[in-house]
Design a binder for this molecule. Structure first.
Ligand SMILES: Nc1ncnc2c1ncn2[C@@H]1O[C@H](COP(=O)(O)OP(=O)(O)OP(=O)(O)O)[C@@H](O)[C@H]1O
Ligand SMILES: [Mg+2]
Length: 349
């Protein structure tokens, strides 16, 4: 018995040693999306009109009930938190109730927690209200949303609601009718670049023009994705070059896709097929390839506008079929053949 006891103690000692060394040896960096989350509304880039409206609210107070809706990674959560911070300052802790999809938000919570918060007395300056932030509101059940309707009205002189969601249609009509809807769209390439440059300067990164273009291309209007890709590339490869970005993000390289489309535009089916086969052999799935093909076609140069639109239509149809699950190589080959045919028709017509 004594033996076993000693062994156990030996085993126990080991982790304690490790723990003592741990804090000094390992300092992990915060993800840049959190490190550079804007603290003030004025630092949120893109969506100029929406941000301007929020800026006015943040300065003047008397916040209406609002719904922010738009695609992921465009600054909805960030903006609401910034508005709350600017409005409430030191009382932020007492006067804000933040619930997101990770919290239980069933009917009971609406009936108890939210109502209790609405009834709570907090002394605030004039024109300021307590704020209930319901992030990712599209995941709330309609029952829970129904339970909110009257609460929103009864306590409106002390408590205001701010909802964020990706699809505003998943918020029930009566709640939409009680709120001002602020719509966010994808962040434009120029705005993403502007924000990236702030981060690049602060982190002292070395970048190339192609590398930045690659980050913006892969992010496709999602600022969170852009920052994550930037950090992943920096951690993996150091310098931000186009090749490094595409290796980290593991998307088909647009240059290859561009060549494939150029072959189609000159009706060279053989070469175009080789390009497609090469992409498939690299292991990219049909959906990865078609998404990149669409994005490259949208930005394609050196094609007449008419041909470009015809191309995009055909690519769209193929995208739909692949989305439905018909993702064989035959579909992709068929698309290339149709594109070549369109190119021939437009050159002869
Ligand atoms: N418009 C923006 N300006 C500056 N940074 C942004 C912007 N949008 C997003 N970011 C960055 O991306 C991160 C995530 O943004 P945020 O949480 O606001 O996204 P969201 O719109 O709430 O997305 P989701 O719909 O996925 O919840 C932020 O921490 C910030 O670093
Ligand atoms: Mg969010």
């Amino acid at each position: 018995m004594a033996d076993i006891g000693e062994q156990a103690m030996e085993v126990d000692k080991q982790p304690i040693k490790d723990q003592q060394q741990a804090p000094a040896a390992r300092t992990y960096e915060l993800p840049w999306v959190e490190k550079y989350r804007p603290q003030f509304v004025r630092d949120v880039v893109g969506n100029v009109d929406a941000v301007a409206r929020l800026q006015v609210i943040a300065e003047e107070g008397n916040m209406p009930n609002i719904i922010l809706s738009g695609p992921p990674g465009t600054g909805k959560t960030t903006s609401i938190l910034a508005v709350a911070r600017q409005l409430l300052g030191p009382s932020l802790k007492d006067a804000v109730l933040e619930l997101n999809a990770s919290d239980d938000r069933g009917i009971d919570v609406v009936r108890n927690k939210i109502k209790m918060f609405a009834q709570k007395k907090v002394t605030l300056p004039p024109g300021r209200h307590k704020i209930v932030i319901l992030d990712e509101a599209d995941s709330m059940t309609s029952g829970a949303q129904q339970a909110l309707r009257r609460t929103m009205e009864i306590y409106s002189n002390t408590t205001r609601f701010a909802l964020a969601c990706n699809t505003s249609t998943k918020v029930i009509e009566p709640i939409q009718s009680r709120c001002a809807i602020v719509r966010f769209t994808k962040v434009s390439d120029a705005d993403i670049l502007a924000r990236l440059q702030v981060v690049i300067a602060k982190e002292g990164l070395s970048t190339t023009k192609d590398g930045l273009e690659a980050i913006i291309f892969t992010a496709d209007g999602d600022m969170r994705q852009a920052l994550n890709n930037l950090q992943a590339t920096h951690t993996g490869f150091g310098d931000i070059t186009a090749d490094a970005v595409f290796k980290v993000c593991d998307q088909p390289h647009p240059v290859l896709v561009q060549k494939m489309l150029a072959d189609c535009a000159s009706a060279n089916l053989g070469e175009a097929y080789k390009g497609m086969k090469a992409l498939c052999d690299m292991g990219y799935s049909a959906i990865d390839i078609i998404t990149t093909v669409y994005r490259v076609a949208r930005n394609a140069e050196g094609m007449t506008e008419f041909l470009k639109l015809e191309f995009m239509r055909e690519i769209g149809f193929t995208h739909m079929r692949i989305g439905d699950g018909v993702n064989s190589r035959l579909q992709m080959s068929g698309m290339l053949a149709k594109l070549c045919k369109l190119a021939l028709a437009s050159s002869s017509g």
